[in-house]
Design a protein around this ligand. Structure first.
Ligand SMILES: *[C@@H]1O[C@H](CO)[C@@H](O)[C@H](O)[C@H]1NC(C)=O
Ligand SMILES: *[C@@H]1O[C@H](CO)[C@@H](O)[C@H](O)[C@H]1NC(C)=O
Ligand SMILES: *[C@@H]1O[C@H](CO)[C@@H](O)[C@H](O)[C@H]1NC(C)=O
Ligand SMILES: *[C@@H]1O[C@H](CO)[C@@H](O)[C@H](O)[C@H]1NC(C)=O
Ligand SMILES: *[C@@H]1O[C@H](CO)[C@@H](O)[C@H](O)[C@H]1NC(C)=O
Ligand SMILES: *[C@H]1O[C@H](CO)[C@@H](O)[C@H](O)[C@H]1NC(C)=O
Length: 407
């Protein structure tokens, strides 16, 4: 899950100095796959109704919907919520936009759209993969020539991202052809999950030809309790402008949140949520969704579950980077007021967003595949720190150099 640093942090700037002697033509193409919230989304409106009279109902052109901080100010945010939320169709089991709202992901392939989320504005502040991208560019990479990104509509889960998987395949094959070299896929958070999903659905022959390696950054292979909290009480996911309750209204309409729920293989029969009346484990998830008043959440979960449970080895070289040493939600404890009050939280080790046991699942592959699997754990570097902290960035860049035979 992407989390956006505080504005001041971004303006305060993380300077990084990575001793990067520029490499030559041997550079292996790199494709970045962002996490949840890490892609720009654009909207065009022709709406029959709006929340307030000051909300736009018609726009001639597409405008930046995610993430333009101006739209997230109090009251104005109601317009935004009404534009970005999804509805669920019981017959097709698909989600769809609000009436009269078109949403698209801009500039597939271009890393710009994952570097800054509001790069269309006059002064981009919401940096995301900007620091990582810069470090890779400093190695000698050129945007859209051998450094790409595969943004996606992160509101959706894999069950509705079929086209995206095809576009990614095409991008990989084109990058391969243009550079006569197999490709490094770098995924952060949910981006890592989608890469894994993509790879296990590809033949070994295809992977041997096109994929050099998968670099996983903070990927919660077994899901995250934060997703469960989003449905029950909301969570700001670190977006400091947004209150959890408001984000709940939006996020709980998104199948991607259902996709990110904890998986049985890791959580087993553990009690995840406690109320005065009941203990909920993953076996009680349907009841949980009913009790929180979101039966649609259960349907979304059913659609995405099969994509989340296959955790086999990806069959390509893996570099798995993640943080530990941050308190991470283990259990939600509600009192006599049911789900209306914020829960007490019980914590375990992790990166603040994903539990260690979910992040370190990639270790299992060491013995399950013949391709190399290397893991690196960063102490007290959190979910976002892995793509921003100097120590982690140095390791990532070193991995790219090694894989490019550029020592
Ligand atoms: C939608 O999901 C329901 C319940 O899982 C299932 O019975 C139904 O066949 C699905 N419909 C479609 C069109 O896939
Ligand atoms: C490959 O090269 C062609 C011709 O220069 C260019 O049009 C295309 O965008 C490139 N594709 C990628 C993925 O680099
Ligand atoms: C991969 O997924 C596509 C659709 O998403 C499917 O048509 C195809 O059969 C799958 N391939 C494998 C090898 O599972
Ligand atoms: C929930 O589980 C705990 C620990 O197993 C137990 O002490 C408690 O009585 C249970 N609560 C309910 C409502 O079943
Ligand atoms: C440059 O490329 C040549 C041949 O492809 C290779 O032998 C050499 O190590 C490369 N140098 C650097 C700095 O990458
Ligand atoms: C791969 O892309 C880089 C960056 O644009 C370019 O310099 C290099 O010539 C390309 N390699 C091949 C074999 O086309």
């Amino acid at each position: 899950m992407a989390r956006y640093s505080h504005l001041l942090l971004i303006l305060g700037i993380h300077f990084i100095f990575i001793s990067s002697q520029v490499c030559n033509d041997s550079l292996v193409p790199v494709i970045l796959v962002p996490g949840l919230g890490g892609s720009q989304l654009e909207a065009q409106l022709n709406k029959p109704t709006v929340k307030h009279s000051f909300c736009n109902s018609i726009t001639n052109r597409f405008f930046n919907l995610w993430l333009d901080v101006k739209q997230l100010l109090p009251v104005v945010i109601d317009c935004w919520i009404d534009n970005i939320r999804l509805n669920y169709d019981d017959f097709s089991n698909h989600t769809y936009n609000q009436p009269g709202v078109k949403i698209r992901v801009s500039d597939f392939g271009n890393p710009k759209v994952v570097e800054y989320l509001d790069s269309k504005s006059w002064f981009p502040v919401e940096g995301y993969l900007n620091v990582l991208t810069k470090a890779i560019v400093d190695l000698g990479y050129t945007r859209s020539k051998n450094l790409y990104a595969a943004p996606y509509d992160f509101r959706k889960g894999p069950s509705e991202l079929g086209n995206w998987f095809e576009e990614l395949e095409e991008l990989i094959e084109n990058a391969y052809r243009n550079n006569t070299s197999s490709v490094i896929l770098i995924g952060h958070s949910m981006g890592g999950l989608l890469i894994h999903k993509f790879l296990i659905n590809k033949s070994q022959i295809w992977k041997d030809k096109y994929i050099k390696a998968f670099i996983s950054l903070s990927t919660p292979f077994g899901g995250s309790m934060k997703a469960l909290k989003v449905f029950a009480s909301g969570d700001d996911l670190g977006v400091f402008l947004l209150r959890p309750a408001i984000l709940r209204e939006v996020l709980s309409t998104m199948p991607s949140m259902a996709y990110l729920l904890p998986v049985k293989k890791i959580w087993g029969d553990e009690i995840l949520v406690t109320t005065n009346e009941k203990n909920y484990t993953l076996d009680d998830l349907e009841q949980f969704f009913i009790d929180i008043g979101n039966p649609t959440g259960w349907k979304m979960y059913l659609n995405e579950r099969e994509y989340a449970t296959e955790l086999g080895p990806p069959g390509v070289e893996v570099r798995c980077f993640y943080g530990e040493g941050s308190a991470t939600i283990k259990r939600l404890i509600y009192g006599s007021n049911g789900f209306r009050r914020s829960p007490l939280l019980e914590f375990e080790d992790g990166d603040g967003t994903a539990s260690l046991r979910s992040l370190e699942y990639c270790k299992k592959w060491i013995t399950q595949q013949k391709e190399r699997v290397q893991t690196k754990v960063f102490d007290e570097i959190d979910h976002m720190g892995v793509i921003q902290d100097n120590l982690a960035l140095e390791s990532i860049v070193r991995a790219v150099r090694e894989l490019s035979n550029c020592e």
